[in-house]
Design a protein around this ligand. Structure first.
Ligand code: BGC
Length: 742
């Protein structure tokens, strides 16, 4: 027997290394599982096989346009092997019982659900979490979500959503990690690790599903479900990497997207689903469609009917049909006619069954159905504390003139605005089984933390014009020492099918804030929204603005922590905030163009009515303290291609309170065989510093950090000069030039 004390330091390190490697690995079913799958497959009829490739929503609550009637009979007959939108132990247990007691083969069901930012304890919307720039916090959020979901009968989440998006008109920008490929990739990995835990089959973990493959975030004009078209170079460089990162981090399943890419709908796209996903990346899990996206290929106009759509999907590499009932209705016939090969059906079934085995459902189909665990885990004090922590880390301080914030606990506060004492909107969109009544409102959060008066007036509705509430709100403001104006979007204004052509704050709310400013009282604007808003007038006229997204269950507590300075804000924008919707798409990693922006020269790339710069750039966020970030210092001025480059930088807290800074590193390739962006994020470190404290940070850049798709579409770096830029946001950077040689 090996005793721990006999292990040398080296072997402990080796074990740790191997453990980390194992965690970082792609999903691979074991050989034993493969054997069991093949044995089972040999006993299945064609109809039973197709049943395993079918996923239906229950009538619990639908997330799309259709409901499948009679799904219980479908389970019984073996026509449906997987369900979604069904959760809680009691409900799941009843349905699982049908599958394992009343069907011929007793194959257990998968239970999927959109657990996007929490199941019962709701965390900030994913775009908000991305603002933490704290991968451990994001992983923890997904971990808690998985622990709760798996305690409520679920074994599969339709997350993470990793669609890069540069267009805030798109409502689903709230579900992703913002505009940056590199940051989005790191977050995708963290979320997969969080959802799937140590290994597939652990009782507190669920299968992850990377979505929406691929390019959905680039829907033209920011309109949901719209076409996606761009060069393959751009697609591979900016849109594909987060999916790949999630797959390489071990994600067990992938969901197709609604859009077409280069003329072929993703759900019927062999190039995406087979050539890239399976052959290039080696993905071994299964591919599920999005909600009726097989059927929608008829509307796309690439097939004449549902049957042809099903054949196209399966032959392209889809394994499971979500809600379309196309596989169920037509696949068996398609096999008989020779349009689809039995071998391909078998392979798809294998992919699904493998995961059911790996989850341990054949040993115990009710392993996620433990009433006691459900009671103990959901909304536990520990989970709420984790949510509060992530929530306050997600808040971004956009403006703080005259150090209005933090407020003193002696100040009389007037909370004003439709979101001031609201709960219904705080869990945002895609809120799992979250309950608005469990949320802490802003008023509640503030009252819990001060003995001074905290009073409240709504002031106005969300959208409906009408100033009858202005009078009482202004009176209240005049009687207070400070106003906290809580304004923004309603949850249904972002998310799926919630694109907006106008991304400003609803007019009535903006007018309310402008009127409040006229009282002369200091006004702190607390924004809640699922997308970057264009708010030039407020940005100009208010002294303090906090971006709080939708923070979930612990909203009020987290906001109060920041408002009173118990937590010093450390969030940074994961997406650019434009001055006007007319600038969209606006993002930090743009190209130089042949006529780079020059405000004093007419013939350059710009607008005549607005500067090119956004309201707040990517990576931006203030703190209650200040930081000095010095010039970056490379370990060598010239380095060989393939060699690592180390870059050191010193950062100091130059203010009066402790705080965290996100030190960001960007790279620019000065001359490439194709045009290159003016900067690209390649690293960051979040550091906590006491007042006056200084720290030296080291970034290690590898060849991949300088690589791109070259003129001939091979991926790699090209020798030459690079600028390495470091700073606290994507605009205020200090550069150093280095040379890469052959
Ligand atoms: C959404 C997916 C979601 C699915 C199931 C679709 O409408 O696009 O993101 O996972 O519904 O709820």
């Amino acid at each position: 027997m090996i005793r721990f004390k006999h292990l040398s330091r080296f072997s402990i390190l080796l074990c740790l290394f191997l453990f980390q490697q194992a965690r970082a690995q792609m999903f691979r079913p074991s050989a034993a599982t493969d054997q069991r799958v093949n044995d089972l497959l040999a006993s299945m009829t064609l109809e039973e096989k197709v049943g395993q490739l079918t996923l239906y929503t229950t009538d619990w609550g639908s997330t799309g346009p259709t409901i499948r009637e009679g799904y219980k009979n479908d389970i019984r007959s073996g026509a449906c092997g997987n369900l979604f939108n069904s959760h809680t132990v009691a409900f799941v247990r009843d349905l699982q019982k049908i599958a394992v007691e009343e069907t011929r083969l007793k194959i257990p069901l998968l239970f999927g659900f959109d657990v996007i930012h929490g199941y019962k304890t709701i965390f900030p919307i994913p775009l908000g979490e991305a603002a933490t720039w704290d991968l451990a916090a994001i992983e923890k959020s997904s971990r808690v979500a998985a622990a709760e979901a798996s305690a409520a009968g679920l074994n599969w989440t339709f997350a993470p959503m990793v669609d890069v998006c540069r267009d805030p008109r798109w409502g689903r920008i709230m579900e992703g990690s913002g505009e940056d490929t590199w940051l989005g990739s790191r977050i995708a990995e963290a979320r997969v690790r969080g959802f799937q835990g140590k290994k597939i089959g652990d009782t507190d973990a669920v299968l992850a599903c990377v979505k929406h493959f691929a390019g959905y975030g680039a829907s033209l004009a920011g309109r949901d479900y719209n076409t996606v078209d761009m060069s393959e170079r751009f697609f591979r460089e900016y849109y594909l990497p987060p999916y790949e990162a999630a797959v390489r981090a071990g994600a067990a399943t992938v969901m197709t997207s609604f859009n077409d890419y280069d003329g072929v709908p993703a759900t019927g796209n062999h190039y995406l689903l087979t050539d890239i996903l399976r052959k290039e990346w080696g993905f071994r899990g299964f591919v599920v469609t999005d909600y009726t996206s097989i059927n929608e290929m008829v509307n796309h106009g690439v097939v004449a009917n549902d049957k042809a759509a099903g054949e196209l999907a399966l032959n392209a590499g889809v394994d499971m049909d979500m809600q379309g009932a196309v596989f169920q209705r037509f696949l068996a016939q398609a096999v008989k006619e020779g349009q689809v090969k039995t071998a391909d059906i078998d392979e798809a079934v294998r992919r699904v069954l493998r995961l059911k085995f790996e989850l341990g459902l054949f040993e115990n189909p009710y392993k996620f159905c433990d009433e006691n665990r459900q009671k103990a885990v959901l909304l536990s004090a520990e989970n709420r504390a984790a949510a509060r922590d992530v929530s306050r880390k997600s808040i971004v301080l956009l403006k703080n003139d005259r150090n209005i914030l933090p407020l003193k606990r002696t100040q009389k506060i007037a909370v004003i605005g439709p979101l001031g004492d609201n709960k219904s909107e705080l869990i945002g969109n895609w809120n799992g089984a979250g309950n608005a009544n469990d949320c802490v409102s802003v008023v509640e959060g503030l009252r819990a933390q001060t003995k001074s008066e905290v009073s409240f007036e709504t002031g106005c509705e969300f959208m409906t014009p009408g100033k009858s509430g202005f009078g009482p709100a202004l009176d209240l403001a005049r009687r207070a020492d400070v106003v906290v104006a809580v304004v923004g979007e309603q949850a249904m204004m972002s998310g799926e099918a919630a694109s907006r052509a106008d991304i400003s704050l609803p007019a009535v709310q903006e007018e309310l804030v402008l009127e409040l400013l006229k009282t002369g009282k200091p006004v702190v604007v607390v924004l809640m929204n699922g997308r970057p808003l264009a708010i030039p007038r407020l940005a100009e006229s208010t002294a303090a603005i906090l971006e709080t997204w939708w923070l979930g269950t612990e909203t009020g507590n987290a906001i109060a922590d920041v408002i009173f300075g118990d937590y010093n804000p450390s969030g940074k924008l994961p997406v650019t905030f434009p001055r006007s919707v007319g600038q969209v798409p606006v993002f930090y990693n743009e190209k130089s163009t042949g006529r780079p922006y020059d405000p004093n020269s007419k013939w350059t790339s710009k607008y005549i009515d607005l500067p090119n710069s956004p309201q707040w750039p990517f990576g931006f966020g203030l703190s209650y303290t200040t930081f000095q970030i010095n010039e970056p210092k490379p370990d060598k001025g010239a380095f060989k291609i393939g060699e690592n480059l180390q870059v050191m930088v010193n950062v100091t807290n130059t203010g009066k309170v402790a705080g965290e800074e996100v030190v960001q590193l960007y790279v620019r390739d000065l001359v490439g065989s194709v045009t290159r962006p003016v900067k690209e994020l390649r690293g960051f470190q979040k550091v906590m510093l006491k007042p006056g404290e200084s720290r030296n940070l080291t970034f290690t850049l590898t060849e991949k950090d300088f690589a791109f798709f070259r003129r001939d579409m091979t991926f790699g770096a090209e020798p030459g000069e690079f600028d390495i830029m470091i700073g606290g946001n994507s605009q205020d950077l200090k550069p150093v030039r280095v040379r890469m040689t052959e």
